[in-house]
Design a binder for this molecule. Structure first.
Ligand code: GLA
Length: 379
């Protein structure tokens, strides 16, 4: 790992940061062996780590929340909920990889808005995984750290997330989006150049409690779709292997909602590939159209949107200066991501904020992002 892993070396202290991410397109495709087009951003988690001389004691401070927590490396288990689970989850995954950890003090703080769909959780997991790798000279590869961070979320937090967020947080590159094949893990960087257009995130400032349970349900529903389709096409192992024509041919054999879940994933994979092409050819209007289509597919077929997200996308639809807009991340709240003319951005924010407040009683928050490098050691 160039940026993180040097010669395995022990340190007393380390300061490491890992960013949140945006995703241009490719939602709920990662855990279906599909394609995604994310990029790391300038919102990040910073972790300060120091050996404390104790063999087992870990003292953790969540700087933004002003909360503290202690646990022993000799025995720990998940709490009902809370940020502590991300920390202990990462520690457990590293231990399972054979890491010889000792007591440490850790303080983290960041500016990735929580519940915004920008992966504040991956930023925390990745900064900690990279930081411990450095502090204790563990010598794990980037891929091992990405996987450990993802599995922390599976095993300690309970969300069966895909690989996109952790991958983007560690592998991000300044000014570039990444087309990642979540099956082969091959990836390619694409300059995120939008000419007279810019990205705009609008945070709905809602985070509906369905997010975790429905996320896992969607994963299961995709599995059910694959199991049904396998009878017809025994060679397949995931929705990645299915074309829209094959899916349509199998429609009568599956419950209607399972068909729609599968249709989202299969069509979204196609959109990601088309979007990467459009981006590289500077075809911003075509990219915008794909982004709108992604939203409607997530809204109607995958059913992971919510009234607040739909409202913001609806407001964009009749504006010529907005090329595309959609919900971003897992859904049920968080941000929309839009591509719009730079010179119209401020006006749109003002107009949409007013209307949103009138409808929902709260204001959305515009979030300006720049595309930056993934996790790195600061000191
Ligand atoms: C969350 C998960 C990701 C991905 C997205 C939806 O961010 O952590 O793995 O599945 O939702 O695309």
């Amino acid at each position: 790992m160039e940026k993180i892993q040097k010669e395995p070396d022990n340190h007393q202290k380390r300061l490491v940061q890992a960013p949140g991410r945006i995703n241009l397109i490719g939602e709920h495709t990662d855990y279906n062996d599909g394609f995604v087009l994310p990029a790391a951003v300038d919102k990040k988690m910073t972790v300060q780590l120091e050996r404390n001389g104790h063999p087992f004691l870990c003292r953790i401070t969540a700087g933004d929340l002003k909360e503290e927590f202690e646990f022993s490396l000799q025995g720990f288990s998940p709490l009902d909920s809370g940020w502590q689970n991300y920390v202990m989850g990462v520690v457990q995954e590293l231990q399972q990889l054979g890491a010889g950890l000792q007591g440490f003090d850790c303080r983290f703080e960041g500016d990735v808005p929580i519940g915004s769909g920008m992966s504040s959780s991956a930023a925390l997991e990745c900064s900690l995984a990279c930081g411990l790798n450095e502090l204790f000279g563990l010598g794990f590869s980037e891929w091992q750290l990405i996987k450990a961070a993802q599995m922390a979320e599976h095993h300690f937090v309970g969300t069966k997330c895909g690989i996109m967020d952790q991958f983007a947080s560690i592998m991000g590159k300044k000014g570039q989006a990444m087309l990642l094949d979540c099956r082969s893990l091959e990836y390619e960087y694409f300059p995120l150049e939008l000419g007279g257009y810019q990205l705009l995130l609008l945070n709905t400032n809602v985070s509906h409690s369905l997010a975790t349970s429905e996320y896992n349900t969607r994963r299961e529903e995709c599995g059910q779709g694959v199991a049904i389709l396998k009878k017809e096409y025994p060679g397949i192992t995931s929705l990645r292997d299915i074309s829209l024509e094959q899916l349509l041919a199998g429609k009568g054999k599956m419950p209607e909602h399972i068909y729609r879940r599968c249709r989202h994933v299969v069509s979204e994979n196609q959109r990601v590939l088309e979007a990467a092409r459009a981006l590289s050819e500077g075809k911003h209007k075509a990219l915008g159209q794909l982004i709108y289509q992604s939203h409607f597919s997530l809204q109607h077929d995958y059913e992971v949107s919510c009234p607040e997200l739909d409202f913001l996308v609806q407001q964009a639809l009749d504006k010529d200066y907005i090329l595309g807009s959609r919900m971003m991340g897992g859904g049920f709240g968080g941000c929309t991501i839009s591509i719009l003319e730079k010179r119209q951005a401020a006006q749109f924010v003002e107009e949409v904020s007013w209307k949103y407040r009138e409808r929902f009683g709260i204001a959305p928050t515009p979030i300006a992002v720049s595309i930056e490098d993934g996790a790195k050691v600061i000191e």
